[in-house]
Design a protein around this ligand. Structure first.
Ligand SMILES: [Zn+2]
Ligand SMILES: [Zn+2]
Length: 268
């Protein structure tokens, strides 16, 4: 039990780069813990069993999961979570929240190959999770908090956008905008920047430019009042610019916690 909500970055790194040593950083997946002790994962990537273990947690400690989009750094740990919770003695299914735009593909294109192989059962997503597909322009409620999905521009696949969703929610009295993975598209999301007290924004660094994430040299062009409430994650290992000197709130470190009511933004 905690006094308020707590948000922890289990990792703050990018999808593919592990740095110079194992555990230097993990993929950017977040954990929100409610005062009741209930735990919600925001994305469940390939690194999740390591990043949870580092916080002293295991699969059965996770009650609920939100999935933003179908890249493996956001869903690659779901097979592990599903099997671990299904065959635990507790026998409790996590709730799985995702947009209707991705829920079907999450099973048929991503999870079915592994989770569809279940002895004695014609398995479906419902064999492992209580699923909550979310309609357009809607959200979900968790522990009395309304989470609103915000579609972001992450990948233009041919001539169509691949669906990807950030979140807008209020913990304590702090309005939080979590971008998940997005390109730099301030004209599409500026009102969410303005609405938020705290912005958690993916930020690509390094020489290799994927074209699917906001980059530091783009975000630095945002107005001062936006940058000063913006924490940066999903970055590559290696040297980075001094984000605080450039007017940002800072780089999110692995394990960094935000407590709500917002008390401290320092690494724990
Ligand atoms: Zn990602
Ligand atoms: Zn992605």
């Amino acid at each position: 039990m905690t006094a308020g909500f707590q948000l922890t970055f289990l990792g703050s790194g990018s999808a593919f780069y592990i740095g110079d040593r194992l555990g230097e950083n993990w993929q950017s997946n977040l954990l929100i813990e409610a005062p009741s002790g209930r735990r919600l994962l925001l994305d469940c990537g390939s690194d999740i069993r390591f990043s949870l273990m580092e916080r002293g947690l295991q699969a059965t400690d996770i009650d609920d999961v939100f999935i933003s989009h179908l890249h493996a750094d956001h869903i690659g740990g779901l097979e592990w979570l599903a099997f671990q919770t299904k065959f635990s003695t507790q026998g409790r299914k996590p709730n799985l929240y995702a947009s209707k735009a991705i829920m079907g593909d999450l099973w048929t294109h991503s999870l079915r190959g592994g989770l569809g192989c279940l002895e004695g059962e014609d398995a479906s997503m419902r064999s492992y999770f209580d699923i909550h597909p979310i309609a357009r322009n809607k959200g979900f409620e968790w522990e009395g908090v309304q989470f609103r999905l915000v579609q972001v521009v992450h990948v233009m696949a041919g001539s169509e956008l691949s669906p990807s969703f950030g979140l807008l929610f209020t913990l304590g009295s702090t309005r939080v905008f979590f971008t998940s993975d997005t390109q730099y598209t301030p004209s599409q999301i500026h009102r969410f920047y303005q609405e938020a007290d705290l912005i958690l924004h993916d930020c690509e660094t390094g020489a290799c430019q994927s074209g699917v994430h906001a980059r530091y040299e783009q975000l630095i062009a945002l107005p001062d009042e936006i940058r000063k409430k913006m924490w940066l994650y999903h970055y590559q290992p290696g040297q980075k610019r001094d984000a605080c000197a450039d007017g940002f709130a800072g780089w999110v470190e692995k394990g960094q916690q935000f407590a709500f009511p917002l008390q401290s933004c320092h690494a724990a």
